[in-house]
Design a protein around this ligand. Structure first.
Ligand SMILES: *[C@@H]1O[C@H](CO)[C@@H](O)[C@H](O)[C@H]1NC(C)=O
Ligand SMILES: *[C@@H]1O[C@H](CO)[C@@H](O)[C@H](O)[C@H]1NC(C)=O
Ligand SMILES: *[C@@H]1O[C@H](CO)[C@@H](O)[C@H](O)[C@H]1NC(C)=O
Ligand SMILES: *[C@@H]1O[C@H](CO)[C@@H](O)[C@H](O)[C@H]1NC(C)=O
Ligand SMILES: *[C@@H]1O[C@H](CO)[C@@H](O)[C@H](O)[C@H]1NC(C)=O
Length: 800
């Protein structure tokens, strides 16, 4: 996260936001629209409230005994983690106004709302919606660390009343009296919305109602949500609105109708499996540095994807990558305002796109640049921007060679990459789950739960049960071994927290959670959890993955959070930025290690975060926590969708001897304290067994700061990166070095390709605060000044 980019976007965003919600303005795109006035009610969704409430459905997450505790809450014995909106007076009858009851379920218990502007790790909550139709007349106000979850077996319908105003049905960051969002959008972490229908079809089409307002940062997700809007001519409805923030993940979201299916801007984001139909503009990209769309299905929109915000001279969109998508019955797929120039705004990559009845594939300032057809056609590879193959930059706009995708990375029988949504075990009864608290773990943050958790994991595998981690902080003092066949799911991100002498030696890396041991085969599924450390733990490897698996083994919404929270002993008191480096604040050898034994590892929406600030401090005060390495990948057949790695001293991502990796969007930040000490003087000594970067060599050929690499690719084969943002905002906690448009000298190098690496394709690479965007075998290849785009510097297409 990065707090202070307000000035850069405020002008643009204010305009966009005003046009959107406060003062509905008919977008120019509407002029060419010809939507008929057919009602959305004619569509396939059943939005019959009476029918929904009478459906008796059960979902294990609702039915299981709720005994989670917020370990570091001021009163864990009374704080309620799991809240059913019915217990707060919601009726779900489709007639009664349930707004107040839903908001009471969210706010109950001294939680942190937007008016506080504060974050908190001590007030986690699941707010559960059983099947039913919940009528609302004003916004549902989301709080920090909140999971809004519906019954996946019978989706609850949140229905906006006919009098619903021009505002958000779910407001993820409510505007305050000072005219600004409550939270700094880049600081909003650890929240979800899943399994619900948002229905705006009773709201007059002329009212600018919005499904979800969602300015967020990392470790957030929206999953399995349908948004129903008016498709009447002149409709002002809008499905999803994001105006800023630092990342997040959206998957399996369907919208119908609306002026916009989604209207979104943020530094970087990953969205997968969006189905957008009957909107005037399917996706309007307000601004970004980078954005990765995987598996779009857009049908019957006037424009499928508009990336032309700002026009040719002031393109607000840095870059977009779209792969494995279907566009049907839209006059125009892409509307862009790109022009060949020394700037690289508006970079775009399209790969493996199927068009059916899309006459214009790409339109640039009104001109057809790539024709579509009235029938079926495919785009294998197309792009625009600056390319380096590997020398450059060369401006290009047109067909590009696409990589040959290894079959091992594909969904069986298709040319699309394999994907798998986070399992929710919707069909499993409560008896399929084994609660770790029932198995004797306390989760109170002080009891040593190592043995209880280990026993629970082994028992669950033998009984084919799914391990349920009730909310809690589970202190462990040695490695937890996760056997093949395990399935683990958390209740609002419970924490496994490593503590003690086992993890105290900086020269002896010890896994905290080990997924299989070398030579093991089989699969696991792991979701909705956090792995952390407590106090001085420089030997801790938070997750070590050794399992040789088949497709489908992986983790979803599992995060590393190192320092910066109550109970970590790594907060403002212990690790102020003014302290000199000491073992007290050395808190991990590595966040995650996918070893050379591992294969078929699927990561979706994971964030490996060494804290840069204290989440439980009212002022979000910065802290200095020292960790060694981020994500090291040495295995084969790896999917990394929507992953981020931040603030590790030696590197964020390193692919070393890896084979068959598909990744996008990947995002990194360099530690804010660097170069004091820099990467070469990191408290973590270089380990040749781990092929750590040798900074004395890497930095010798360039002047300037020698800070941690964001991405290093060493001796790897077949690596495809669909969107990367490698950011270095700080120099000893000052941001002068990353001020736009230069000098971009927080550090010299951030992306290093070395050794025998081959078949490497990098699309829409953006960097911040970095002098050389790419180095190959130590030679600087792409100076930032040749690729100035938005706030970030961007290259559309790099291949070796
Ligand atoms: C986010 O956008 C809003 C609306 O324009 C603006 O008020 C706010 O300052 C922005 N925040 C950040 C962190 O960019
Ligand atoms: C296409 O979308 C319009 C709204 O833009 C809608 O009225 C019409 O019914 C849709 N057509 C089909 C075939 O779905
Ligand atoms: C590129 O983006 C920046 C920041 O949004 C803007 O100031 C500049 O005018 C844009 N350049 C072009 C050529 O669009
Ligand atoms: C280097 O890493 C290897 C492999 O993880 C480990 O066995 C060894 O103890 C480490 N050595 C030092 C000095 O860190
Ligand atoms: C980088 O160096 C290695 C030797 O370590 C060599 O095999 C490879 O071809 C070089 N790559 C490039 C792009 O020069």
């Amino acid at each position: 996260m990065r707090c202070s980019l307000v000035s850069v976007f405020s002008v643009l965003i204010t305009v966009a936001n005003a046009g959107l919600v406060h003062v509905p303005v008919v977008n120019e795109v509407l002029d060419s629209a010809s939507p008929s006035s057919t009602s959305v009610a004619a569509q396939s969704h059943s939005v019959n409230g009476a029918e929904a409430t009478s459906t008796s459905s059960s979902y294990w997450l609702a039915d299981i005994t709720h005994q989670g505790i917020a370990a570091f809450n001021t009163d864990p014995s009374t704080y309620v983690v799991f809240r059913n909106v019915m217990d707060y007076g919601a009726t779900g009858d489709g007639v009664t106004d349930d707004t107040a009851a839903i908001n009471a379920a969210i706010s109950d218990g001294g939680r942190y709302g937007p008016s506080s502007g504060e974050s908190s790790t001590t007030t986690p909550a699941i707010v559960y919606f059983p099947a039913g139709t919940y009528l609302i007349s004003s916004s549902i106000i989301d709080y920090y660390f909140t999971q809004l979850i519906g019954d996946p077996n019978s989706l609850p319908i949140i229905k906006a009343s006919a009098a619903f105003p021009a505002t958000y049905m779910i407001d993820g960051d409510q505007y305050q009296d000072d005219g600004d969002e409550g939270w700094t959008a880049t600081n909003v972490f650890f929240r979800q919305i899943r399994n619900m229908i948002l229905d705006m079809t009773d709201v007059p089409a002329t009212t600018g109602a919005v499904g979800i307002h969602w300015p967020t940062g990392q470790a957030t997700s929206i999953q399995n949500v349908e948004i129903l809007m008016s498709s009447e001519s002149g409709t002002q409805h809008e499905g999803l609105f994001i105006e800023n923030g630092s990342g997040g993940f959206v998957v399996d979201v369907t919208t119908s109708g609306g002026l916009y299916g989604i209207y979104v801007g943020n530094q970087q984001f990953t969205m997968r499996n969006l189905k957008i139909s009957d909107a005037v503009t399917g996706i309007s990209q307000i601004w970004d540095w980078g954005w990765t769309y995987i598996g779009l299905t857009i049908s019957n929109c006037t424009t499928a994807v508009a990336v032309n915000t700002g026009g040719s001279d002031d393109q607000a969109v840095g870059s977009v990558t779209i792969i494995d998508s279907v566009i049907e019955d839209c006059p125009v797929f892409i509307d862009t305002a790109w022009q060949s120039s020394s700037h690289s705004n508006g970079s775009l990559i399209l790969e493996n796109i199927y068009l059916d009845n899309v006459p214009v594939a790409v339109q640039d300032n009104g001109d057809t640049i790539l024709a579509g057809s009235s029938g079926e056609t495919t785009i294998d590879g197309w792009g625009q921007g600056h390319k380096y193959i590997p020398d450059g930059p060369t401006n290009f706009q047109g067909t590009i060679a696409a990589p040959t995708r290894p079959t091992a990375l594909l969904a069986s029988g298709t040319s699309d990459y394999y994907t798998k949504t986070k399992p929710q075990y919707a069909a499993s009864p409560v008896s399929s789950f084994l609660s770790v608290r029932d198995a004797g773990a306390k989760g109170d943050g002080t009891t040593d739960d190592t043995a209880a958790i280990q026993a629970a994991l082994e028992s669950a595998v033998s009984s084919s049960q799914i391990v349920f981690f009730d909310q809690g902080t589970y202190k462990v003092t040695t490695t937890i071994d996760v056997p093949a066949g395990s399935r683990m799911v958390g209740e609002s991100y419970p924490v496994i927290m490593a503590s003690g002498d086992t993890f105290a030696d900086i020269d002896t890396p010890i896994p905290v959670v080990r997924i299989g041991t070398a030579g093991d085969s089989g699969s696991i599924e792991w979701s909705d959890m956090i792995v952390s450390t407590q106090g001085s733990t420089p030997g801790a490897v938070l997750i070590e993955w050794n399992l040789a698996a088949t497709e489908g083994s992986g983790m979803w919404d599992v995060h590393a959070r190192i320092g910066g929270f109550d109970g970590s002993d790594l907060q403002v008191a212990e690790c102020p930025t003014t302290a000199s480096v000491s073992a007290t604040c050395e808190a991990a050898h590595m966040s995650m290690h996918i070893t050379s034994d591992a294969s078929n590892v699927y990561l979706e929406n994971t964030w490996f975060w060494t804290a840069d600030h204290d989440l439980d401090n009212a002022d979000s005060t910065q802290i200095s926590i020292y960790t060694g390495r981020g994500l090291l990948v040495e295995g084969e057949n790896i999917w990394l969708y929507g992953t981020a790695v931040e603030h590790h001293s030696l590197y964020q991502y390193q692919f070393s001897g890896a084979k068959n990796v598909v990744a996008g969007f990947i995002q990194t930040e360099t530690p804010y304290y660097q170069p004091d000490p820099d990467a070469a003087s990191s408290p973590y000594p270089t380990n040749t067994t781990l092929n750590d970067p040798d900074y004395s060599t890497i930095c010798s050929s360039t002047s300037g700061n020698c800070d941690a690499l964001g991405l290093r690719i060493l001796d790897s084969d077949t690596v495809f990166i669909y969107g990367a943002g490698l950011y270095s905002f700080f120099d000893s906690y000052s941001t002068t070095c990353s001020d736009d448009p230069g000098p971009e000298d927080c550090q010299s190098n951030i992306f290093s390709v070395e050794g025998t690496t081959s078949d490497l394709w990098v699309y829409t690479l953006s960097t911040v605060g970095t002098t050389n965007m790419v180095t190959v075998n130590g030679s600087a290849l792409a100076p930032y000044r040749d690729n100035i785009a938005t706030y970030a510097d961007t290259i559309a297409y790099f291949t070796l």
